[in-house]
Design a protein around this ligand. Structure first.
Ligand SMILES: Nc1nc2c(ncn2[C@@H]2O[C@H](COP(=O)(O)OP(=O)(O)O)[C@@H](O)[C@H]2O)c(=O)[nH]1
Ligand SMILES: [Mg+2]
Length: 358
């Protein structure tokens, strides 16, 4: 009998979802024994995964074919460990993580778009990402059926719209969001609010680095690497100065910066500099339960009370919107590989028939 294998496809920790791929002849009996629902090929199924009486997790399981299935688990180390351990007891050889997207040699699908779905599936870290990625073959099929009925201008604007939509790319590669501001404005309290709903435990697995600066937060289904930085202020202390330099470094390399100000304390020179240095940052005035001592008109800020969570839903929504993932329309056709982008560019450049390659 060919060997059955269980592979952890996502890096340990740092995920709202971890993917374990099972392959080989033991997949079928394993699912029958431990999962409480049938798993038809190609359809994600949400159910309970059990080790005897113990419920290990409520994963979404996607049966890729007779001999393979992806278990999309909640990403905590205990869950991953328990599921891998169970698979080991059931005769699967255990493999630790692989390079992503999956290499060509690991793919079963024939058609290029389906192969791109398959190779990127293990990068998905949230259910929203999973649904958006799995919707793509159907979404592009619909495009092929309806595209010829569009006028030339409609075709162009449709393709441009597709090119501008990077939601799936963000869902597959979590953007980095850095929180900066003066000491004591409430950065850490706000970060905890953003983590609160689905905090994934990360850096405690053996083998992961400890100099980890962020954690994945689930922002309405969009995973982001959230970085809480040291407070920025004037200081003669060289150690604190180094931490402040580090904060700037993190902010400069982030995809989005959140500048936190304090309702009760008018911005000082440093805070005004931050506003100038990061003109694209989201401005947040925290501690809005305290009396305003200054006029924030012109900053167009979001207002929060980090201690109670007031305003945090609006903030989540703004963060998701920055990455085109607010109120995501799942069945829209999207691109997520360079091959797809090149096809769209050719289609835009007067070769609409190129779309057939998607
Ligand atoms: N009244 C009030 N206090 C807050 C608010 N947010 C944070 N704090 C308090 O401000 C202090 C500093 O918060 P912290 O998150 O550690 O600030 P950081 O230094 O910017 O990370 C703590 O005592 C928090 O409980 C808020 O919205 N309102
Ligand atoms: Mg702090």
């Amino acid at each position: 009998m060919a060997a059955s294998q269980a592979m952890l496809l996502t890096p340990p920790g740092a995920a709202a979802i971890a993917v374990v791929r099972l392959t080989g002849p033991r997949v079928e009996p394993f699912l029958r024994e431990h999962f409480n629902r049938p798993t038809p090929i190609g359809r994600p199924v949400h159910g309970l995964l059990r080790d005897h009486e113990t419920i290990l997790d409520d994963p979404v399981i996607l049966r890729i074919n007779d001999l393979s299935a992806d278990l999309n688990l909640h990403g905590g180390p205990w869950v991953i460990h328990s599921v891998m351990e169970l698979a080991g007891r059931e005769g699967f050889e255990l493999q630790n993580h692989l390079e992503l997207p999956l290499a060509d040699s690991m793919l079963d699908e024939q058609q290029p778009l389906l192969r791109e779905v398959e190779s990127h599936l293990p990068m998905v870290r949230s259910e929203l990402g999973l649904r958006a990625l799995l919707a793509q073959p159907g979404a592009w099929r619909d495009v092929h059926n309806s595209f010829v009925h569009l006028s030339h201008d409609q075709q162009k604007s449709f393709i441009q719209h597709c090119l501008d939509d990077r939601a799936l790319i963000h869902l597959l590669s979590p953007p980095t969001v850095a929180i900066i501001g003066s000491p004591n404005v409430g950065k850490s309290t706000l970060a905890n609010q953003l983590f609160a709903r689905k905090r994934s435990i990360t850096a405690d697995l053996p083998g992961t680095t400890r100099d980890w600066v962020g954690e994945i937060a689930d922002i309405d289904g969009l995973p982001v690497l959230l970085v809480d930085t040291a407070g920025i202020r004037r200081t003669p202390d060289p150690l604190e100065r180094a931490a402040i330099d580090q904060s700037h470094h993190q902010a400069r390399s982030a995809d989005l910066v959140l500048i936190i100000l304090n309702a009760a304390v008018a911005p000082d020179e440093h805070e005004r500099q931050l506003l100038d240095q990061y003109p694209l940052a989201l401005r947040i005035i925290n501690q809005c339960d305290r009396p305003f001592t200054w006029d924030p008109a012109g900053l167009h800020p979001l207002r929060t009370i980090a201690t109670t969570g007031h305003g945090v839903d609006a903030l989540r929504h703004r963060i998701a919107a920055t990455f085109q993932c607010d109120d995501l329309e799942i069945p829209r056709p999207r691109w997520w590989t360079d091959r797809q982008r090149q096809i769209l560019l050719r289609a835009l450049d007067g070769h609409p028939q190129a779309l057939a390659e998607l």
